[in-house]
Write a protein that binds this ligand. Structure first.
Ligand code: GLN
Length: 491
């Protein structure tokens, strides 16, 4: 049952071959037995109550395609009635009085919340080792990291603890864990998924999206996830009137004539040979499907790391100032005065990486440094976006390359080396800085004894609002390959 896709589960639910309650019990049993530290909060009673309500809708014949299908939410989307921690001690006992728009939309669609999944603290990380509640293990190889920051979401799909998960991507946090865990994820165009109730990290970059087994499932999830939200000041809409986009509409379009841009900067020094060969084999498969490969250049790629690691901490330092021991969450037990209370609360509540970013962010926003760092980074951000537009203008329809330079690394290997983590983001940051949609699909495994079970992801980047095209491309690939159906041993 747990290897079924959302599409398949939906058919079983609608034909009454399985009930939402049975399905929910099945997944809750798997979650209870999981050894990956993927879930932070589960509440059987709550999930089963939602399942019972879904069964009523299914019986009454007013169910939608997602009604009764279980979903896990990244613990950065606030949820009424469940704790929301953002992976931080600061919010260890926080319960929101309202649901995030994304959570609410899926609940309205009749999806059953299975629980909240682990993540890097405030979504800052590339390995899920920055969670205050412990690292998540990669279900393919429990000695490896699952990727971050949506490590819990990706691990939950890989271990079949849920058929669907929400995730967020600020600089790669949907694509990179999806790649490391051998599952499918898409980060839509910035502004397409509501950020209302998604705890803010870097507001000009943060974007929600789904992780699931297949591109088709991601399309079904995006149909609910994407909608204009007046409560999010950067919510975008391209719909005519009130007709929502159907992300499944182009899934079956042939790929004849598709021009795939292959950036030379994504295949240079630093790319592991096993990742390169899996990615190149996937590109060959696209050629068989009728596409052509065009070499392109994204010359500012290397600048994406310093640019992102100025802008994201700057925004984080501002966003996280609200965690002051007064309005939300943790407060130090003993203090002398207000200043001391702030200092102790924030020193106790935030982990090392979050503190590092607050310090870097505060520094680059300081009077005297602002022009030299922050303003400069904003200018380079524009140049990075221009690189993509130059490629899309006349050379290619989409861009493909690796998601990350290597397969998942060992737990602990980079835990005390922030820069090593930052460098591993090299292929995902530019897309985020440009606000473009990007996707990760499984295309093979690493080589050598150690890496043989560690998945490789292919990144597919499109122009603004081209989500349906990305899903079409990924779906066509998944029709002729079976990497997305593979599961870790024993699952
Ligand atoms: N790894 C990046 C960071 O640590 C991206 C994280 C994310 O996308 N949330 O900031």
């Amino acid at each position: 049952m747990h290897n079924k896709t959302i599409k398949e589960l939906s058919a079983l639910l609608h034909s009454k071959q399985v009930s939402a309650t049975e399905l929910t019990r099945h997944y809750l049993g798997r979650i209870d037995a999981n050894q990956y530290n993927a879930f932070l909060h589960v509440d059987h009673e709550r999930s089963l109550a939602q399942a019972a309500a879904a069964d009523v809708r299914l019986a009454a014949g007013n169910a939608g395609p997602l009604t009764g299908v279980p979903i896990a939410h990244k613990d950065i989307f606030v949820t009424k009635g469940w704790r929301t921690t953002a992976g931080s001690k600061m919010l260890a006992n926080y319960e929101s009085p309202f649901d995030a728009t994304v959570v609410d939309r899926f609940a309205q669609a009749g999806m059953v919340t299975l629980g909240k999944v682990n993540l890097d603290e405030f979504a800052m990380g590339s390995a899920n080792e920055n969670s205050a509640f412990g690292a998540v293990k990669n279900p393919w190889d429990t000695l490896a990291v699952p990727g971050g920051s949506s490590g819990g979401s990706a691990a939950a799909i890989a271990a079949r603890l849920a058929p669907a998960a929400t995730a967020t991507d600020t600089g790669g946090s949907i694509r990179q864990p999806a790649a490391f865990c051998g599952v499918t994820g898409i980060k839509p165009t910035y502004g397409r998924v509501s950020r209302f109730g998604m705890i803010a990290f870097a507001s000009s970059l943060d974007q929600g999206g789904p992780i699931a087994q297949t591109a088709e499932d991601c399309a079904l999830l995006l149909n609910e996830m994407i909608a204009f939200d007046e409560r999010d000041s950067t919510s975008l809409t391209v719909e005519q009137g009130n007709v929502a986009e159907d992300y499944t509409r182009d899934l079956n379009q042939p790929l004849n004539g598709l021009r795939i841009g292959v950036p030379k900067e994504y295949f240079g020094e630093g790319l592991a040979s096993d990742v390169e060969s899996a990615v190149r084999a996937a590109l060959d498969e696209f050629v068989k499907l009728g596409a052509s490969l065009v070499e392109i250049s994204l010359p500012k790629t290397a600048l994406s790391i310093p640019t992102y690691y100025i802008i994201a901490p700057a925004e984080a330092s501002s966003n996280l100032s609200r965690f002051d021991g007064v309005r939300y969450g943790h407060r130090a037990a003993e203090y002398r005065d207000l200043q001391d209370m702030y200092r102790k609360t924030r020193a106790e509540g935030f982990g090392r990486e979050v503190q590092r970013r607050i310090m870097v962010g505060t520094y680059v926003l300081c009077h005297g440094y602002y022009d030299a760092y922050y303003v400069q980074a904003q200018k380079i951000r524009r140049l990075i976006a221009d690189d993509f537009q130059a490629a899309f203008a006349d050379k290619c329809d989409v861009i493909m390359g690796p998601v990350a330079p290597t397969v998942a690394w060992d737990l602990g290997a980079k835990a005390n080396d922030p820069v090593a983590n930052y460098l591993a983001d090299i292929f995902t940051l530019s897309t985020s800085l440009a606000g473009l949609p990007g996707m990760s699909i499984p295309v093979g495994f690493g080589q050598g004894e150690k890496n043989a079970k560690r998945p490789v992801g292919l990144q597919i980047i499109g122009n603004y609002f081209n989500e349906a095209k990305l899903l079409n491309i990924a779906h066509q690939y998944q029709q002729v390959t079976d990497w997305h159906t593979r599961t870790p041993d024993g699952i």
